[in-house]
Design a protein around this ligand. Structure first.
Ligand code: SF4
Length: 205
């Protein structure tokens, strides 16, 4: 979306560097189970389209990720949907990536599903472990408490913005994360793709 040419192979590394928790969770699940259920595929595929993955790269990405199924099954069951998300099949609608509000108020993830917003939909325990794997050593106990408190009072965007700040604090351009700049909605995260764009901006500085 911002000029960087994104290929299928770059996605795991970009997920580590620049994806918000909701999309990292999806990438982790995809890596672990070599599959994502329908809602998750929709949420993740439109996000990836938003970061600049072309339809060819998207097909390559999903084909590689669903490594335990045959080409035949992949082509029959998944290729159409990916192309559909790019407006190349069916009603040819140009689908846009979901905003935080759409994700937070959307369908609750059931067992085995990875879509949604971890701040809204994860248990405290699952959220804590996702925070640890995302932030590693940069997550102090006081930060964790602050993030969990914001989450408990329903201020998911505040919690997500705090994660953004911590994730980028150690980068040269991240000493003062551009508050309000690129993140949208004033000072806080309101769209996973804005999170990504703001992150790339900090990383390039
Ligand atoms: Fe994703 Fe938005 Fe939730 Fe952050 S607040 S994890 S960007 S849905």
């Amino acid at each position: 979306a911002d000029g960087e040419a994104i290929t299928a192979e770059m996605v795991p590394e970009l997920a580590n560097q620049s994806f918000p928790l909701c999309m990292r969770n999806m990438q982790d699940t995809l890596k672990g189970s070599k599959h994502l259920k329908h809602e998750g595929r929709q949420q993740y595929s439109l996000f990836l389209k938003g970061i600049g993955l072309s339809v060819e790269e998207a097909i390559a990405f999903w084909r590689k990720s669903f490594s335990s199924i045959t080409d035949d099954k992949f082509n029959k069951e998944y290729r159409y949907n990916i192309r559909h998300n790019y407006g190349l099949e069916g009603s040819r609608k140009n689908y846009t990536p979901k905003s935080c509000t759409a994700i937070i108020t959307g369908p609750m993830p059931g067992p085995g599903q990875a879509h949604g917003c971890p701040f809204r939909h994860h248990s405290e325990q699952a959220l804590t472990s996702l925070l640890h794997s995302t932030l590693g050593g940069t997550l102090a106990n006081s930060d964790l408490k602050e993030i969990l408190a914001a989450t408990k009072s329903g201020h998911y965007h505040v919690a997500c913005t705090r994660v953004f700040e911590l994730q980028h604090a150690k980068l040269p351009g991240g000493a003062s994360v551009p508050k309000g700049e690129g993140l949208g909605g004033g000072d806080s995260v309101d769209h996973p793709n804005r999170y990504f764009d703001a992150s790339r901006k900090v990383i390039r500085e």
